[in-house]
Unconditional design. Structure first.
Length: 93
């Protein structure tokens, strides 16, 4: 498997009020964004140009909302300066 273009570990991934993982992974590889659980199982994936992102007004620096395939996910990164927010803001934020 080729190396990812971008990857962040330790991401909390939630769908609505349900936590899917506290130590997930967000991977960008070949123009596709993938959300993975801590055990590596796929939560969801979509082409980057189909992903929309935003930052909730009430959220801190490390929170981002991403919509993949019509499903809204809340992503909380362990370190806001890791580049994930900047990478995903380049989509349709």
């Amino acid at each position: 498997m080729p190396e990812p273009d971008f990857s962040v570990l330790g991401v909390r991934i939630e769908r609505w009020t349900r936590s899917l993982t506290r130590a997930g992974q967000v991977v960008v590889r070949d123009g596709t964004l993938s959300l993975l659980r801590s055990d590596g199982a796929l939560i969801d994936s979509a082409p980057l140009d189909a992903v929309t992102t935003g930052r909730p007004w009430f959220a801190g620096d490390g929170r981002l909302v991403a919509r993949l395939n019509g499903t809204r996910y809340s992503l909380t990164v362990p370190e806001p300066g890791d580049g994930l927010l900047e990478t995903l803001r380049g989509t349709h934020g």
